[in-house]
Design a protein around this ligand. Sequence first.
Ligand SMILES: Nc1nc2c(ncn2[C@@H]2O[C@H](COP(=O)(O)OP(=O)(O)O)[C@@H](O)[C@H]2O)c(=O)[nH]1
Ligand SMILES: [Mg+2]
Ligand SMILES: [Zn+2]
Length: 305
Amino acid sequence: MTLSPLLQAQVRKRTKGFYYLLTPEGRAVEAKAKGNLFQKSKYDNQIAVGDRVLYQPQAAGQMGLIHEILPRQGVLSRARVGIEAEQVIAANVDQLVIVQAATQPEPKANFLFRLLVAANRGEVAPLLILTKTDLLAPVALENFLTPFKELKLPIYFTSNRQGGDEEALRPLLEGKTSVISGPSGVGKSSLLNRLYSGLNIKVGEVSQKTQKGGHTTTLAELHLVAPGTAVIDTPGVREFGFWGLNAQNLYEYFPGLEVYQGLCRHRNCRHLSEPDCRVKQALASEKIHPAIYRAYQDILTDLEG
Ligand SMILES: Nc1nc2c(ncn2[C@@H]2O[C@H](COP(=O)(O)OP(=O)(O)O)[C@@H](O)[C@H]2O)c(=O)[nH]1
Ligand SMILES: [Mg+2]
Ligand SMILES: [Zn+2]
């Protein structure tokens, strides 16, 4: 039997042990990972949704074999719960669309900052969408949004009852791969269905839990909505821990604090109570919004805890 050459495809979805791939022509292929692909680690998600892989096609009715993961550009990743390892939620993404509800559930600034840090770190451009504006008008969110406006985060509003910025959003997603992230129940899937009428993603699905450990498994799924335009729906994250970040490098990725890098008296300044700290001075003179500093402290405590 002659071996066929390796072909390229993109991971659309993964389940336990196998992968749904999309070929460049948009054809669906199922594949397993070659046995030695995970030699370096026992964790099974080294292949993420959005990954471009080289696979060997097999005879009809058999699964292809993934031989190699091609280098990634733009990732959304977090720490796996309870283990020191990176969990790549989505790979090869240009844009992180953060979705929060205006209310039910209430938007959380610290959570939003965590995703902004992850976006900086993964080299992905963030934007924010607030849903459920039928339940709470955008004006009621002004205080909440002030620090994010100061950071020049693009912000949009929408509702599945009344509509909103859909017409402005569609061109922003065109020609890009965007990962949609945010808590469960905020309306991520509903929004994608409104943006792209052919999608029919299930609404009201909650994150799947493993039977015992209770931590959430992220089952992201890539939808090719037009040639060159893809959206990756994720089931919703409740916790967003960091991988490979510490008290020394956190502020390099922290929105609004990166500019103070290297300016404090102490080279390893954590911007808590060190003398001659430029960050604390900027906070005192209202150049840094207190919500930004609060979120920084919150994440730092978490990293050091
Ligand atoms: N009132 C209101 N409910 C919404 C809106 N968007 C979604 N929902 C409801 O919120 C629930 C969760 O929606 P879903 O799209 O599955 O959220 P996801 O978990 O973020 O994907 C469903 O019952 C939706 O009908 C909205 O703009 N306004
Ligand atoms: Mg959903
Ligand atoms: Zn400092």
